[in-house]
Every structure is written in structure tokens, then in C-alpha cells.
Design a protein around this ligand. Structure first.
Ligand code: FAS
Ligand code: PHB
Length: 389
């Protein structure tokens, strides 16, 4: 097979890139190691920045998002038994949209299927070759046969554990990483959300987050030690621990029910520099990871893909290589600011096992300052809704 751009990974980054390229008349093939059902079964992000909403509009897949997405003008920060609302829209004139990553992925999959663009699911032993030449190659095994895709470029959209970044020689990249000593135990339930907007709770027992997917489906998270396993957390134990970390107003409004999904996500900050290696471009989690506290992971993937699609369009339609040449530097400027914000929010709201009394007072003072200063709240708001793309 031959194509212009071979995309590795059919998560949100790969599917969004494929859709934007197809609409620009740029031929592409996606190679995905899992089945569509498996990809849809992963429960992840829930908050879309306006940049991401615009990207999905440009990709022609925002109809259901407009119908079902919930626009939120604020978030709440709870500590010392009280909730404090950060009025995003009043502070920076913008909002966020609650619409699960699963739904984004489903909409992109449906659009790709309708367009008849090629996606190879359950591809085994995917490998990348000669991306330091003008004739890169993707090889994979399907139905017992080894197949090849010749292409002009490869887009590595295969997430943190994917093959793309691992195909790059170690001495060609610089890695920056911070692994946090805790994870997030997430629970999805068909229960009404505990509040109209998200509640980020800082408590001496640990961080908790009350989020949602719709007005009848809730998503909750608890900070847990890295050694914890989801199977050790019964629904009852989860609900009891969540209630113990919430302020009285929120705890009294909590409606519990059976979990639909329960899983633990590790927390890390990670950046690979640069994001281009010859004819290979990394986008999304393949290039960077943020702790989910700032709701940036999926949104960074979308802004990478927007920049990459613009670069390919400039190259193929206007013989202008500047977008591709500037891709890595442009994305990393936005990535590092999102890394800072996600690290800051994680440091502010979580309990660190090695924190001393001074660190705890610093957290308390930062929280008091945040909710008591319009300037501090505005700084959080402009980062949370998404810095300019
Ligand atoms: P993805 O990891 O979503 O997709 C990569 C795709 O590549 C996958 O389908 C994978 O199967 C495929 N792949 C991997 N290796 C391959 C190979 N060798 N060959 C072919 N295909 C391969 N973000 C938030 O904002 N909020 C959250 O609450 C949140 N929770 C998360 C929980 C978990 C457990 C994880 C891992 C991430 C979470 N994230 C969250 C971040 C998440 O939403 C990512 O930012 C988002 O999925 C990024 O999308 P992609 O870059 O497409 O990577
Ligand atoms: C989610 O709903 O999954 C979610 C929302 C906000 C975050 C992280 C995750 O900061």
C-alpha cells in the first residue's frame, strides 16, 4: 500500500488528524493495534477547551457535541469544608465544554467510516522504518501476513506507550519527566452529578474530583497511592472515601450507585523534545503527558494535531514547508505552559507523602490566595479554559 501520511494510532489524536487531512484532500491511512471496541472502552478525559471544540468543528464532527455537550462557565475548588467558585466566563470571557473523550472518539470513528478512509485495526507488530529518508515505511502484521505502507510522512499518534517515540534513537531526543507518588482511581456511574459544575476537592485524606459526562452520568476520582489496585476498591469503599473528602454541602448531595467502570491512572509529567525526527512527527500523548488535574491531555493532543494538519496542508497544497519545519517549536511552546499549569494544579490540590508542615502551610496559603484574589483566580481561569493556540 502507499499513502501520503501514515498515522500510527486511532485514539483522538490519530483520528482527528486523519479527519483533518482527509478534508484537505491529503491521503492517509491509520494503523491501530487494538479493536475499535477496545479503543472506545477506555474511559479518559472529559473537558474540552474551545480550541478543541473548534478543531472538531473544522473536522466536521461537532454536531453531537453541540447537542449533548454541557457548557460550563465555572469550576469549584473545595477546601477547609467550603466550596469556592472560580467564574471562568466572568474572569476571562470563555468557558469549557463537558463531553467525554469516548464520545469524541466515537464521532471521529463514525466520520472516518462514512468517508471510507482506511483504518487498519488490530494491526500487530507495527514498526517504523527509514523515517530519516524521503521514503519512510510502516510495517505491520495482519491476519498472519506482513504488510507494508510506503508513505511520505509518518504521524506518531500512538500514545505514551506507543512504538513511534520508541523508534527514535535515544541520543536524538531529550526527555523531561516527573512521576508523582500517587494515581487517580476513577469511577463512572449512571448517577446524577453531585453539582452543576466540577468540584476539585483538596482534603487531608487526599484529592478528590467530582466530574460528569452528562446530567445522568458522573465521573469521580480519588487520589490513591501508586501501589493501589482498582480491584481492591469496592463501590462501597469508594463512595465512603469520596464522601469523607468532600465538604458537607457536596457530601450531602452525593448520589451513589453501581460503578460502570473503575480504573487507576498513574500521574506523570513528561515531554519529549523535539517532536519531529525527519519524516516522523509525534503528536499527543506520544510526545507529552500531563497529570489530568488541569484537564489538558486531550486538549494538547488536539492543538498538536491542528498544527500538524496545517503543516501538511501548507506542504501539499502550497509547497510551503514552513508549517512542518516550525511544528515542534510551535507545539512545545504551548505544551510547556500546559505542563506548568497541570503540575501547579496537581501540587496545589494533592497530598504528598513527604510533605512537611511548611509545605502544608504553603498549600493552604496558595488556596486562600487563589480564591481571595481576582488576579490569582484569573490566572487559573485563563489556563483552565486553554491558552491561545
Ligand atoms: P491515546 O493513548 O488516546 O491513543 C493512542 C492510540 O494508539 C491508542 O488507541 C493505542 O491503542 C494506539 N497504539 C499504541 N501503541 C500502538 C502501536 N504500537 N501500534 C499501533 N497503535 C498503537 N486527559 C484528561 O484531560 N483528563 C483525564 O481525566 C484523563 N484521564 C486519563 C486516564 C488514562 C488511563 C490515560 C492513559 C490518559 C488520560 N488522559 C486524561 C489523557 C488522555 O485523555 C490523553 O491525553 C489522550 O488519550 C491523548 O490522545 P492520543 O494522543 O490520541 O493518545
Ligand atoms: C474527567 O471528567 O474525566 C476530568 C475532568 C477534569 C479533570 C480531569 C478529568 O481535570
Amino acid at each position: 500500500m502507499r499513502t501520503q501520511v501514515a498515522i500510527i494510532g486511532a485514539g483522538p489524536a490519530g483520528l482527528l488528524l486523519g479527519q483533518l487531512l482527509a478534508r484537505a484532500g491529503i491521503d492517509n491511512i491509520i494503523v491501530e493495534q487494538r479493536s475499535p471496541e477496545y479503543v472506545l472502552g477506555r474511559i479518559r478525559a472529559g473537558i474540552l477547551e474551545s480550541v478543541t471544540v473548534d478543531a472538531l468543528k473544522r473536522a466536521g464532527v461537532a454536531a453531537r457535541l453541540h447537542e449533548e455537550g454541557l457548557v460550563h462557565d465555572g469550576i469549584e475548588i473545595a477546601f477547609n469544608g467550603r466550596r469556592h467558585r472560580i467564574d471562568l466566563h466572568a474572569l476571562v470571557g470563555r468557558s469549557v465544554t463537558v463531553y467525554g473523550q469516548t464520545e469524541v472518539t466515537r464521532d471521529l470513528m463514525d466520520a472516518r467510516r462514512a468517508a471510507g478512509t482506511t483504518t487498519i485495526y488490530e494491526a500487530e507488530d507495527v514498526s517504523l522504518h527509514d523515517f530519516d529518508s524521503a521514503r519512510p515505511l510502516v510495517r505491520y502484521r495482519k491476519d498472519g501476513m506482513v504488510r507494508e505502507i510506503q508513505c511520505d510522512y509518518i504521524a506518531g499518534c500512538d500514545g505514551f506507550h506507543g512504538v513511534s517515540r520508541q523508534s527514535v534513537p535515544q541520543d536524538a531526543m531529550r526527555i523531561f519527566e516527573r512521576v508523582y507518588p500517587f494515581g487517580w482511581l476513577g469511577l463512572l456511574s449512571e448517577t446524577p452529578p453531585v453539582a452543576d459544575e466540577l468540584v476539585y476537592a483538596s482534603h487531608e485524606r487526599g484529592f478528590a474530583l467530582c466530574s460528569m459526562r452528562s446530567r445522568h452520568r458522573s465521573r469521580y476520582y480519588l487520589q490513591v497511592a501508586s501501589s493501589e489496585r482498582a480491584e481492591d476498591w469496592s463501590d462501597e469503599r469508594f463512595w465512603q472515601e469520596l464522601r469523607s473528602r468532600l465538604d458537607p454541602q457536596t457530601a450531602s448531595a452525593l448520589v451513589t450507585g453501581p460503578s460502570i467502570e473503575k480504573s487507576i491512572a498513574p500521574l506523570r509529567s513528561f515531554v519529549c523534545e523535539p517532536m519531529r525526527f525527519g519524516q516522523l512527527f509525534l503528536a499527543g500523548d506520544a510526545a507529552h503527558i500531563v497529570p489530568p488535574t488541569g484537564a489538558k491531555g486531550l486538549n494538547l493532543a488536539a492543538s498538536d494535531v491542528l498544527a500538524l494538519a496545517e503543516g501538511f496542508e501548507g506542504h501539499y497544497r502550497h509547497a510551503d514547508g514552513s508549517g512542518l519545519d516550525g511544528y515542534s517549536a510551535r507545539c512545545l511552546r504551548r505544551v510547556w505552559k500546559a505542563e506548568r499549569f497541570s503540575w501547579w494544579m496537581t501540587s496545589l490540590l494533592h497530598r504528598f507523602p513527604d510533605a512537611d508542615a511548611f509545605s502544608s502551610r504553603m498549600q493552604q496559603a496558595e488556596l486562600d490566595y487563589l480564591v481571595g484574589s481576582e488576579a490569582a483566580s484569573r490566572a487559573l481561569a485563563e489556563n483552565y479554559v486553554g491558552l491561545p493556540y
